[in-house]
Design a protein around this ligand. Structure first.
Ligand code: ZN
Length: 74
């Protein structure tokens, strides 16, 4: 993508972490390549990336490591 859909700002490629929720399951994706708008910070995932997230979420995966997530009820 050349320009941001919302503000027409310039895009930069970035690697981020993304916590993906699938039902009651959460998967933390690391080294996810996305495009971020320099101006408003909107994050864009490519169709390929979305496909990979979907695929990894649904199949049995061997996680690189597992982290504990604190749960707090308010
Ligand atoms: Zn923008």
């Amino acid at each position: 993508m050349e320009k941001c859909y919302f503000c027409k700002g310039n895009m930069i490629k970035k690697k981020i972490k993304h916590l993906h929720k699938w039902g009651e399951k959460y998967i933390l994706f690391e080294n996810l390549e996305v495009e971020v708008c320099k101006q408003c910070g909107e994050v864009y995932l490519s169709p390929e990336t979305l496909y990979l997230i979907d695929k990894k979420t649904k199949e049995e995966i061997k996680p690189k490591r597992t982290i504990a997530v604190p749960v707090v009820a308010l």
